[in-house]
Design a binder for this molecule. Structure first.
Ligand SMILES: *Cc1c(COP(=O)(O)O)cnc(C)c1O
Length: 348
């Protein structure tokens, strides 16, 4: 799909302060965040005719890049705010990241969850040292309780994506990419609320203005894609998907990531569930990785031939928090397909 052209003038003017936030975040996060490996992928490189490398941020503590943004946000709180603790309402990678970052810094963290969140997810957050508060029967109810803690107890709300300090923290991933592969021409970024894509695009395009940054989402329930098409933030129906970390809306009152994604992303691709599963199997078979669906969309887009390369490319492999049963099913499905193909071959 075609978006309005990239506007480098906005990087230099409107977005200038945000770029310096990314550099600040890089210094602030030293010692808190791993500089994760960038590894070549021979199979995808052969298929694409250009070097393809994988940025393995699923090796970040807590199993996803979300630790970058959450830690940066918490470290930018003034000491008297930190002392009152932090709160969020995420069930997924952001909740884990906030819990872990707060525990590391010796701060109180409350994660508000709805009664519908499965017990294993609740336990995972608790095991990271956070206080879990179960409220209501929806994500909205949990968010209302979190907002109450902000108002009445002065706790600091740590937003999952629509916050300049979170965007800047995620942007440090983009800086590592251009350091490790300065000749990069394309970066494939899993896209949900757009904090990662915005931060990475700011960092990469500041250093390499001609590089393309392409967002990748699932066909089902891609809120940023629908919003970019509509020209304003819109809600989409949430659907079950292998890329569950890419679900959820961008917020109808979105303040930062919608504008940044509109102005900085070169394109957004959507993938079917079958294509996402193939990406997960590729990462497992060729690299021995347990990647969640959201993290496999870059390789999946290349495997599906949905992105053409004109030079070296990097896929951000963003997280590894997938439940065992789902992962087993995805891997076994391929084995079933292979088995069926072999059987047919033998018959023929
Ligand atoms: C949150 C998340 C994303 C998307 O990040 P946004 O900033 O919301 O666009 C991608 N991959 C994984 C594994 C995530 O947890």
């Amino acid at each position: 799909m075609a978006y309005p052209a990239f506007r480098p003038d906005r990087i230099n003017h409107g977005f200038g302060p945000l770029v310096s936030h990314v550099l600040d975040a890089r210094l602030r996060l030293a010692g808190h965040i791993r500089h994760t490996p960038l590894v070549p992928c021979p199979a995808l490189s052969a298929q694409a005719g250009h070097t393809v490398a994988l940025k393995l941020d699923l090796l970040q503590e807590t199993g996803s890049f979300k630790l970058r943004g959450a830690t940066n946000r918490i470290l930018t709180l003034p000491p008297q705010r930190r002392a009152r603790g932090v709160v969020t309402a995420s069930t997924g990678n952001h909740g884990r990241a906030v819990a872990h970052a707060a525990a590391r810094l010796g701060l109180r963290a409350v994660v508000c969850l709805s009664a519908l969140v499965p017990a294993n997810k609740v336990e995972a957050v608790r095991a990271l040292g956070a206080e879990v508060r179960i409220v209501g029967r929806s994500q909205d109810d949990a968010t209302v309780e979190a907002q109450r803690l902000v108002r009445e107890e002065g706790m600091a709300w740590i937003a999952p994506f629509d916050d300049p300090a979170v965007i800047a923290g995620q942007g440090t991933l983009g800086l590592e990419v251009v350091e490790d592969l300065p000749e990069v021409t394309t970066v494939l970024v899993p896209l949900s609320g757009g904090g990662l894509a915005a931060g990475v695009a700011l960092a990469v395009k500041t250093v390499r203005p001609k590089a393309r940054v392409i967002g990748v989402s699932m066909e089902r329930g891609a809120a940023m894609h629908a919003s970019l098409l509509a020209g304003r933030p819109v809600d989409v129906e949430e659907c079950p998907t292998l890329a569950d970390s890419l679900g959820g809306g961008i917020g109808l009152a979105n303040r930062h990531t919608f504008d940044l994604c509109r102005d900085l992303l070169d394109d957004v691709m959507l993938l079917t569930e079958t294509e996402i599963a193939a990406g997960m199997r590729h990462l497992h078979h060729c690299h021995g990785l347990t990647a969640e669906g959201a993290a496999a969309v870059g390789p999946a887009a290349l495997l599906a031939g949905k992105v053409r390369l004109d030079g070296p490319a990097v896929c951000l492999v963003t997280g590894g928090n997938v439940d065992r049963e789902t992962f087993r099913r995805v891997i076994a499905a391929a084995d079933a397909e292979t088995a069926a193909a072999t059987a047919l071959h033998e018959v023929a």
